[in-house]
Structures are given as C-alpha cells and as structure tokens.
Design a binder for this molecule. Structure first.
Ligand code: SAM
Ligand code: TMP
Length: 401
C-alpha cells in the first residue's frame, strides 16, 4: 500500500480457495497457496504476502450469498436508513454506488426508495439474484476501467459504499484513487470490514483467508486515505462478522471529524496495533488455539462422540487446513447454502451436507464454524441443545458450551 517492505509474522501453511467447495472429481486439480501474513512498520497495514488471482475467487460460481443471514439483511437495512437520513436528506436525485453488492442485500433498500443506484459485482451468479429483484447491477470488478465507465454513464456519487469487499482488493491504491474521483466534493465513502483489533483481541485467526488481502485498522486506513486526498471523519465499531469497523471518509476538510476517530486511534496504540511484538504474540496465541482444538476433537473421537461442523463458512477453511482437521474428526459440515451442499470442503475434503442432515440426526457436538452468527444460530437450535447437544467453540478460546 505505501511501497515499503513488510515483515511476515505468521504462516498458516498451504491453503486452498476459502470458498472453493468442490466435487470429488476436482480434488486432483485443487489450487493451494502459502498463506503468510505481514505487517508494515511504516503504514501499519496488515496483509497477505501472496493471494490467488481475483478471477479464481470471484466468478460465476461464487459460493457466498449475503442473503443467507437474516441478521445481515437487518444490519444492511438499518445502515441504508442511516445513510439516507445522515447523508442524503438534502441531496437532489442522489446517486449511490456499491462495490461488491452481491445479491443486492444493501442496494435493494435504495431501489425500494426510488434512488438512483448502481452495484458493481463481478460474481455473475450472485449478481443475477440482485438483477432479478430489479437492483441495477453491473457484472464487473471495480477498478480503473470501471471508474471511467461509471463517471461517463452516471457522473459523480453522493455515497460510495462497500461492506466486506475493500479488504479483498490488493490494488487498493487504484480503488481509492477511483473513489476520490467518483465522489462529489461533499460525497461520502462508507465501508466496513473485519477489524484487526478484534482479530488480535479474540485470536480470531479464521478472519485470515485468501479473499482478505488486508486486515484494516483506523491507523492503516487513515494512512491510505491520506495518500488520496481523503480523510476519515467518523468510525463505528460493528458486531458483524465477529467484529468489524465502519469507516466514513470524505474529501479532506469537507466533514467535521468526530471524536470517535481519535479515540479509536488511541485504543489501537494501547492495544499495540503499531507494534510487531503484538503480532508475534498473536502467532503464539494461534498456535495454542490450534493445539487446544485438535486435542479436544481427538479426545472426543476417542470417546466415540459424533462431531459435526455447523456452517461451511469461508473462515472454516483456514481453521480446518491450519489445524489439519479432516473427516476422521468431523463427520460432515452442515450448511444451508444449496450450492455448497453435496460438495466437499476446500483442502480437507470434509463432506458438506444440507442442514436437514443435522436436524434429522443430531450429533453429540456441533463445531460452531459460524461463530459470528452465534446469536442467530442459537436462537434456532433450542431443540438440539434441549436434547443434550453441545457446541464446540474456538473464539476467543477453545471450549465446550
Ligand atoms: N457486500 C456483501 C456483504 O457484505 O455481504 C458481499 C461481501 S462478499 C464477502 C465480497 C463480494 O465482493 C463478492 O460478492 C465479490 O464478488 C465482490 N468483489 C470482489 N472483488 C471486487 C471488486 N474488485 N469490485 C467489486 N466487487 C468485488
Ligand atoms: P460466512 O461466515 O462466510 O458469512 O458464511 C456463512 C455460511 O454459514 C453460509 O454458507 C451459510 C451458513 N449458515 C448456516 O449453515 N446456518 C446458519 O444458520 C447461518 C446463519 C449460516
């Protein structure tokens, strides 16, 4: 991001495409890369050393449909309301652009209110779900060419939004440059992504996977914005995805900067997010977590207990491959997404089965890969727990609940 060299502090070993659920006949051609994470002393960015090409991850077979979580649908509806009242109440015929609009979970709100909007979504299968609901969606990556196209066809935007996308894009400088051109002078860039501070505090190392090029902090985003004539004017911590941060950014000097920004910077310094020693400690915590989880699963296996994975999340790919957990420890993974079902988990090749398989024959233990959806999941799994079913968790610590 800033052009200086980075220091690696952990390797999660050979990892496959996190959302690359596959059929048996494709095992032989599966792609792996060395997943190493680095820190930059100059700009404080935490990032992957190497990443697969974007088309390998985002294409017409993309497995992640945002709408599978009703909590997330509510989250985006609330946020759309906030954007509307905070930034659009006085705008004339405003334009909202979303990068990585997926199945339209956010933009459909603006569509419903009759606003001019456009989603940029390269994964054709998820984009189709949005298009079918009338959400205006261009099937392409946001980059320099798309910036030109948007400026020509739509003009400048009042709000440029993205959730869980910015951190996916290695050519982040190009993205920020494009956004700084697309935003009206008073325009607002609002984006949210998993937050480095939460990952460090909770040892939630499963936030590291191929798609997540960066783990942002206010410190690193501040540096990045500054390179493009932009500045953060507000930040808001979010509970989504196990702890995220929302950044509000505008052209320099256009918005009053809230106290939340400086407060968060102070918190980050206190947490050691500018210090390599913090990341060294994080590595040790990850190693401990791995040892604890493997021991727990091995002990349960010895006791002939049935263990099933709950939710074939992208994050679970890191856990399974870093810990070397395969189908001798986990019988199958239950998931509600139709196009993951009947396939196998990336790398470890654990069968992924429809949720009905979990319901009709409860295991003794469910390993909660979807820990970030815990509230939603526990609410609907009262029956499993009433029949003595237990949860295995690994964030912030390995344990049974
Ligand atoms: N915004 C949704 C949400 O928060 O649920 C979807 C997030 S999903 C993890 C990431 C999305 O970003 C995918 O739908 C992917 O196709 C899209 N994406 C990846 N790179 C992109 C790029 N350069 N421009 C636009 N979208 C991109
Ligand atoms: P994510 O953590 O990468 O967002 O993935 C969410 C996955 O979890 C998605 O494949 C659907 C699955 N899921 C379930 O199987 N059951 C559930 O109750 C929830 C909330 C998600």
């Amino acid at each position: 991001m800033c052009g200086s060299s980075v220091t690696p502090f952990i390797s999660f070993g050979k990892q496959p495409i996190a959302n690359g659920f596959l059929k048996k006949e494709d095992f032989g051609k599966e792609y792996f890369f060395e997943m190493q994470v680095c820190h930059c002393q100059k700009c404080n960015m935490v990032q992957l050393a190497e990443q697969p090409d974007r088309e390998q991850m985002f294409n017409e077979n993309y497995a992640f449909f945002s709408g599978t979580s009703t909590h997330m649908a509510r989250h985006f509806e609330q946020f759309a309301q906030t954007v509307r009242t905070r930034f659009l109440s006085e705008a004339k015929d405003p334009l909202i652009i979303e990068m990585g609009s997926n199945d339209g979970i956010m933009l459909r709100n603006f569509k419903g209110w009759g606003y001019r909007h456009v989603g940029i979504e390269p994964s054709a299968n998820v984009a189709k779900v949005a298009q079918d609901q009338g959400v205006n969606t261009l099937v392409r990556f946001f980059d320099e060419d798309t910036t030109e196209l948007l400026l020509k066809q739509y003009g400048q935007a009042d709000v440029f939004y993205s959730a869980n996308v910015m951190c996916h894009i290695p050519y982040i400088g190009q993205i920020f440059k494009g956004i700084s051109r697309i935003l009206k002078p008073s325009g607002v860039l609002a984006f949210e992504d998993p937050y480095l501070g939460d990952v460090i505090e909770k040892t939630s190392y499963d936030q590291v996977y191929d798609e997540h090029t960066f783990l942002f902090s206010v410190l690193s985003v501040q540096y990045l914005a500054g390179l493009h004539g932009l500045e953060i004017f507000d930040v808001e911590a979010q509970e989504t995805h196990g702890g995220s941060m929302r950044y509000y950014i505008g052209h320099k000097g256009q918005h009053g900067i809230t106290a939340a920004v400086e407060n968060q910077v102070l918190k980050e310094k206190a947490l050691g997010l500018a210090s390599l020693a913090t990341f060294e400690q994080f590595r040790k915590n990850c190693e401990q977590s791995r040892a604890d989880l493997v021991k727990l699963l091995t002990d349960l296996k010895r006791q002939n207990k049935r263990v099933v994975g709950y939710a074939a999340t992208s994050k679970s790919t890191t856990v399974l491959n870093y810990c070397g957990i395969s189908s001798d420890l986990i019988e199958f993974i239950s998931d509600t997404t139709p196009n993951k079902q009947g396939k196998f988990s990336p790398g470890q090749h654990i069968p992924v089965l429809a949720y009905e398989n979990f319901k009709k024959n409860y295991p003794d233990y469910a390993l909660l890969f979807g820990w970030n959806h815990k509230k939603e999941i526990l609410e609907k799994e009262g029956d499993f727990m009433a029949r003595g079913g237990k949860w295995i968790v690994f964030v912030p610590q390995v344990g049974i609940e």
